[in-house]
Design a protein around this ligand. Structure first.
Ligand code: ATP
Ligand code: MG
Length: 282
């Protein structure tokens, strides 16, 4: 089981589309949690209005003060699509709801990484939206097994992503003082057009994190995903979905890497060696 947070730095690079495509092709039980504090696009987009906005953060926020939400999360989820085994926790519909649901970030950061349903562990993919949005779900980012920073390949996007790497690393370090904060952070490049502006290796070098995958810009397939209730026929064989499956494999590889060496921490009296922390405990 793992909690994987997708976050952007700037310019709507494709976080929600990638999260939906990943959840629809995930090889294990999975929950897609829509925690972008501005707009939930999935009910109106991918679900074409067919979903239930109360089955999600809004429903949980209404009961969280008098209920232990650990027991409640799975009563507030719905199928991601009529034919999908993936479950979906709907997000806010307008930014004015963000403050009300932001009280959930802390409890959800402890519940989502350890979800078990019918004795099976559940992976959780979180759409966190842009890092700098008001009421961004920073506690979820802090406790993620893996944070994926999604970026385009234009220079201004890479510059914003570079700044976001510093902010995310600081968040991760706060929750894991003895582990390398970049251990749980990786990049994904989605070029915003057909023409490439910077190569993956150069982006990796500029960001100083692993860039684990690229997802092609695909007008026909990628741009349609948020406006469909079901994947169009032939979707699974498309180059776009091949990229998504390669991303999924890269995520698993990243989660299953051996733990980094322990970091040595100097105290006032003596040196203490603290065991390294595995990125993925499940
Ligand atoms: N791989 C892709 N190829 C082509 N178009 C894409 C691709 N991924 C996403 N898009 C399109 O780009 C637009 C933005 O995508 P999406 O809403 O997923 O981005 P986002 O990062 O979640 O944005 P926001 O910050 O607004 O939530 C949408 O029109 C979507 O259809
Ligand atoms: Mg989005």
């Amino acid at each position: 089981m793992a909690m994987i947070c997708l976050v952007s730095a700037k310019n709507s690079p494709g976080v929600t589309t990638t999260a939906v495509a990943l959840a629809e092709s995930w090889p294990r039980p999975v929950l897609l949690a829509e925690c972008d504090p501005r707009y939930g696009d999935i009910v109106a987009g991918y679900q074409q209005g067919g979903g239930d906005v109360a089955k999600g953060l809004l429903g949980l926020a209404a009961i969280h003060q008098h209920t232990d939400i650990r027991q409640e999360v799975f009563r507030h989820v719905q199928p991601l699509s009529p034919t999908s085994p993936a479950r979906f926790l709907a997000g806010v519909q307008v930014p004015a709801q963000a403050a009300a649901v932001s009280v959930l970030w802390e409890p959800l950061s402890r519940v989502l990484p350890t979800l078990i349903v019918k004795r099976r562990t559940v992976d959780v993919i979180v759409d966190c939206g842009p890092l700098h949005a008001p009421h961004a779900p920073l506690p979820l980012i802090q406790h993620a097994d893996l944070v994926l920073l999604v970026t385009g390949d234009h220079l201004e996007q890479i510059r914003a992503a570079h700044d976001a790497v510093g902010t995310i690393a600081a968040q991760l370090a706060a929750a894991r003082p003895y582990a390398d904060p970049r251990w749980c952070l990786a990049g994904v490049v989605i070029p915003p057009g057909a023409r490439r502006h910077n190569a993956r290796a150069d982006i990796e070098q500029a960001l100083d994190i692993d860039v684990i995958a690229e997802v092609r810009h695909d007008l026909r397939v990628g741009a349609e995903l948020l406006g469909r209730r079901n994947l169009p026929s032939g979707y699974s064989r498309s180059g776009y979905m091949r990229d998504i499956r390669e991303l999924q494999t890269a995520i698993d590889r990243q989660l299953n890497r051996p733990a980094p060496p322990a970091r040595t921490v100097a105290t006032s009296r003596r040196l203490t060696v603290v065991p390294g922390e595995a990125a993925h405990a499940g």
